[in-house]
Design a protein around this ligand. Structure first.
Ligand SMILES: Cc1cc2nc3c(=O)[nH]c(=O)nc-3n(C[C@H](O)[C@H](O)[C@H](O)COP(=O)(O)OP(=O)(O)OC[C@H]3O[C@@H](n4cnc5c(N)ncnc54)[C@H](O)[C@@H]3O)c2cc1C
Length: 337
């Protein structure tokens, strides 16, 4: 008999990762995932899904290292298993290049990716505008494939899904624990004024000869070869809510990426996409209590992942699971029976 009713709001990579962690680890909970949009219509669906970009300036680096490591281990185990094609996870090698030597030459995640090293002068020769670079192998998770895979895994663990918009947490008063993974939606759902969109436009192109990723350290220009196409980008427009494709951005992306990889001028454009990163100074993974219809209900937050949500999705989901466990532990005994 399932005795603790948990609701997870959000069906992006954060919502589904968190829901799977809870449903699999706590079989005595009934877990319902509620969301307005499901795959293929979430922000997560369009993310290139390369692992290395997440950074929260005020969160202790040890906690961020754990988020990264737990996520890397999770995706690596998938990439090395028979589930890799169905889950859309691959290993990906390449370069991050900088026009100026960055203050942080060895980022916190460099211990976890494989073979991290600084690029040699001869490697840098092909990027004449850049003076410094890092070479490494990481993982890439394509969410348009990964989300349906996670959804199956969630349902197998007994989870249920419901498609609807939640206008207020008050609507969720029938649950014992609310887990908020609503990304940018948290701006209105929980009134978080720190939340803001960071608009990103990308193109998918056909260029099967490209095997290595190239990312400019400013985060605005990148080339990520994937399973079926190459993602090229991008833009980082803070506070910009436009979801329509901007032709000026398209031209700029092709021009900037072709400068890094001239053969791209021969690539066929397959599609163009815009998504709004759930921007916040720091990712928010914490709990609070909220009065819902006169009852104090624990709310576990897991949102605000900005441009690195896929990168730390599993690690932050495990942290959120830990907070849910704490909530259950502190519940009066009769509520758990
Ligand atoms: C162009 C681009 C490229 C990117 N590349 C990468 C990358 O290479 N690597 C990386 O790690 N990250 C990348 N990201 C970032 C990544 O996409 C995000 O960090 C991640 O998708 C956030 O996931 P999420 O689940 O929080 O949000 P979302 O995917 O936006 O999901 C939010 C969910 O909450 C639901 N929701 C919101 N409000 C409500 C409500 N009131 N009621 C019901 N449901 C609600 C939505 O319907 C949706 O299901 C990229 C993003 C963009 C835009």
């Amino acid at each position: 008999m399932k005795s603790v009713r948990v609701v997870v709001v959000g069906a992006g990579v954060i919502g589904f990762s968190t829901a799977v962690c809870i449903a699999e680890a706590l079989p005595f909970c009934s877990v319902t995932l509620v969301a307005e949009r499901f795959t293929p219509d979430t922000t997560s669906d369009g993310a290139a899904g390369i692992m290395f970009t997440s950074h929260s300036p005020d969160i202790p680096v040890e906690r961020q290292r754990r988020w990264f490591k737990d996520s890397f281990d999770h995706f690596l185990a998938i990439a090395q298993s028979q589930h890799a094609p169905e889950a859309g996870v691959i290993m990906s090698s390449g370069w991050q290049i900088f026009k100026e030597v960055p203050a942080e030459k060895k980022p916190y995640w460099s211990d976890f990716v494989f073979g991290f090293r600084h690029m040699t002068a001869s490697e840098l020769k092909r990027f004449p505008d850049h003076r410094f670079g890092q070479a490494f192998t990481t993982l890439k998770c394509e969410c348009s494939t990964y989300l349906p895979w996670l959804e199956k895994r969630f349902k197998k663990a007994g989870g249920r899904v419901e498609q609807r918009k939640v206008n207020s947490l008050q609507e969720l008063s029938g649950y014992d624990i609310v887990v908020n993974c609503s990304g940018l939606g948290s701006k209105t759902l929980v009134g978080d004024t720190q939340m803001h969109p960071i608009r990103g436009q990308i193109l998918k192109v056909q260029a099967p000869w490209l095997k290595h990723f190239i990312r400019d350290g400013d985060g605005k220009t990148y080339i990520y070869p994937g399973i079926h196409s190459v993602t090229i980008g991008g833009t980082r427009q803070e506070g910009d809510w436009r979801l329509d494709v901007d032709e000026g951005d398209t031209r700029s992306i092709i021009e900037r990426c072709s400068r890094l990889e001239p053969s791209l001028s021969k690539a066929k454009v397959l599609s163009t996409w815009v998504g709004l990163r759930p921007g916040r100074r720091n990712v928010r993974v914490e709990r609070e209590e909220v009065l819902l219809q006169g009852r104090r209900v624990p709310v576990v937050h897991n949102y605000g992942h900005g441009g690195g949500g896929v990168t730390i999705s599993w690690g932050t989901a495990l942290d959120a699971l830990g907070l849910v466990r704490q909530c259950i532990h502190e519940m009066p005994l009769h509520a758990k029976l």
